[in-house]
Design a protein around this ligand. Structure first.
Ligand code: GAL
Length: 636
């Protein structure tokens, strides 16, 4: 697959006499993919069963004649207004019981059978018309599942679906009562129809109840996607994909990805820094116009796994966005840097959102490659430069990683259901480990908890995994790698009970968690040798080798090849731990300047300067917002 650039285009937003010029300018800029159609339902089907494909046919003709390959979206993230007349109850219901109404997008409940059938129908109509058209070189299903908090819905359809799901899972109300521990607070049910959704309770609902609803809701997203994927596959051999949104964790992306051919994600580094990343003001100020130096990389590595090796950036930020609390502009050079970073992590395509800034409706403050008046915006020159440069670097694929981190969606839900410390967030814990590794310049793979083979790795970190699958346990045992478990590892059963054998409840490491405590931001536990435990601290019984202790002598890290980490390390402690683990595993670590990040392909080393000063490293001078690469010595 040839690496390439693309762009998201909405022909329906512009007078038709602009289309040919737009297509020509896209091709001249070196773009080769264009995504269309993902929000165009009301234009394709203005009234139920009345279709207007002529405009789409003409747009496809014009774009394809300019040499562009097309990604066609199914428009199911934006049901037309008439759909509501047919199914007034298809809207999602929020946790307070209010409908999430028409007038923006994603106004549907994943559990609604009528709407699901409509989505199958529109996928069939599109598949019939365009499935055999080889100008449509890929299909996107829906748009950003879960975005705008749309995975969880407390509708009547969700309630019915959830009761059926419970009946299948437990078979009898008695089994459900026993599994959830409903003897507590007289919560026993006599019938599945008595089980409500876990919202609007007086105080917290049973965490087992909430966790079951989180699993059910995630499965509805996967089912919704699978229905369209199955329909499209009867009409087309082109690859199917979805565009996931950064740090959108309410459904299991691995499960959705299993039914697709390519994973893609939407990368808005400056929006994320303002909106989706916990960091101090100094970090936010330092990276205001660059984005967090590790957040994009984390997602690149995640989606490489979700897509089983095939992944894209479907939407790349080109300038200020409209949706974060503040919307700064990138430093000149950052659009190029973000694009190259994706390619260095193995992306096949980087596609910019959007072609031309639109002067009306919700996203009028969102920049594009063109301004509203169709003149070139800053990002167009950077995209054009990347297109030229792609020819210079061989397509060698991304380097194989010796280090891996396991990332699990259910563990995120578990920590949301039962945080126990106000700032305990699973993503954040995993991301803190990822950052520490990346500061040392190593390549990292992110693995699903369903992984069955760890034999390629020398170091595997598994922080916060709520429930250890048997196959992963077998893989850990068989591996040669140093494996680090904890904190909060294997601490709940599938039914959200504390395991009978105290956590980590595995014979692979000699450790027993006898007490857990969470710590407010004002408290920390200093480690001998530097750094500290913050947020979460476990008291451990262990006779295994002691590696790191708190200043009072309590254990922080113990074990042999497989080790247990008994708390949430601050950045300083993570640095010390990771330095030791990498050295023990004979993995070369780099002493990177603060703002510099590195990623290797099989043949080249790439340097990304997220800072606003020039840095020099390995003989290269890397300007602010600069990308530099050279051939790797070991690659010959
Ligand atoms: C994405 C979405 C796009 C557009 C974009 C603006 O989340 O998929 O349709 O809204 O954000 O940044």
């Amino acid at each position: 697959m040839k690496r390439a650039l693309g762009v998201c285009y909405y022909p329906e937003h512009w007078a038709e006499d602009h289309w040919a010029d737009d297509a020509r300018r896209m091709a001249e800029a070196g773009l080769s993919w264009v995504r269309v159609g993902e929000f165009a339902w009301s234009l394709l089907e203005p009234a139920p069963g009345e279709f207007d494909f002529d405009w789409m046919d003409r747009a496809i003709d014009i774009l394809a004649q300019a040499g562009l390959k097309i990604v066609l979206g199914t428009p199911t993230a934006t049901p037309p207004r008439w759909m509501l007349d047919k199914y007034p109850d298809m809207l999602a219901i929020d946790t307070d019981g209010h409908p999430r109404k028409f007038g923006s997008r994603r106004h549907y409940c994943f559990s609604h059978q009528g709407y699901l059938d409509e989505c199958r129908r529109i996928a069939r109509v599109l598949g019939e018309r365009y499935g055999g058209d080889d100008r449509i070189a890929a299909w996107q299903i829906d748009n950003e599942y879960g975005c705008h908090d749309t995975t969880l819905s407390y509708s009547q359809s969700a309630q019915t679906g959830f009761r059926d799901w419970l009946a299948q899972r437990y078979q009898s109300p008695e089994a459900l009562n026993a599994a959830w521990g409903n003897a507590f607070w007289s919560m026993q049910y006599r019938d599945f129809d008595e089980v409500d959704l876990p919202n609007q309770t007086v105080t917290e609902p049973n965490p087992a109840h909430e966790m079951a609803f989180r699993r059910y809701s995630s499965e509805q997203v996967a089912r919704f996607n699978a229905v369209q994927a199955k329909e499209l596959r009867t009409w087309t051999n082109a690859p199917l994909l979805h565009n996931y949104m950064g740090r959108e964790l309410d459904f299991d992306h691995y499960a959705v990805g299993a039914d697709l051919d390519i994973a893609s994600w939407d990368s808005y580094p400056l929006g994320f820094l303002m909106d989706r990343i916990e960091c101090d003001d100094a970090t936010r100020a330092a990276f205001l116009r660059q984005g967090h130096p590790d957040f994009q990389a984390f997602h690149h590595d995640l989606y490489r796994t979700v897509g089983r090796g095939r992944w894209w950036v479907m939407e790349q930020q080109p300038g200020p966005v409209n949706w974060a609390p503040w919307n700064p502009a990138p430093l000149p050079g950052m659009v190029r840097l973000w694009s190259w970073e994706a390619f260095a992590h193995g992306a096949e395509v980087v596609s910019y959102f959007r072609w031309r800034q639109v002067p009306f409706a919700q996203e009028q403050m969102h920049t594009g490659l063109l301004r509203t008046d169709a003149s070139d915006a800053q990002a167009l020159a950077e995209a054009t430069q990347v297109a030229r440069e792609l020819a210079e670097v061989p397509e060698a694929g991304t380097a194989s990683a010796k280090v891996a981190i396991v990332f699990d969606y259910a563990s995120q839900w578990a920590c949301e259901v039962q945080p126990q410390g106000a700032d305990f967030d699973y993503f954040n814990l995993v991301f803190s480990a990822y950052r520490a590794l990346r500061r040392q310049g190593v390549s990292i793979d992110i693995l699903s908890p369903e992984t069955t083979d760890l034999s390629d790795y020398a170091l595997v970190l598994i922080p916060g995994l709520m429930l250890l699958p048997e196959a992963l346990q077998v893989a850990m045992k068989a591996a040669q790698a140093r494996v680090v478990l904890g904190p909060r590892f294997n601490c709940r059963s599938a039914e959200f009970r504390i395991p009978d054998q105290l956590p980590p409840a595995t014979d692979l490491v000699d450790a027993k968690v006898t007490l857990t405590e969470s710590l407010p931001p004002s408290a920390s536990i200093a480690a001998k040798g530097g750094g500290a435990i913050i947020r979460w601290w476990e008291h451990i019984e262990s006779v295994a080798t002691r590696h790191v202790e708190a200043v009072d002598g309590q254990l922080i890290l113990s074990g042999d090849r497989i080790q247990y980490l008994a708390g949430w390390p601050d950045d300083a402690l993570w640095n010390l731990l990771v330095t030791d683990w990498l050295a023990d595993a004979n993995i070369d670590a780099l002493k990177l300047p603060d703002s510099l990040r590195v990623r290797d392909t099989a043949t080249h080393r790439f340097f990304f300067n997220y800072g606003s000063e020039t840095v020099t490293f390995e003989g290269e001078k890397i300007p602010p917002a600069g990308v530099v690469w050279h051939a790797r010595e070991s690659a010959g």
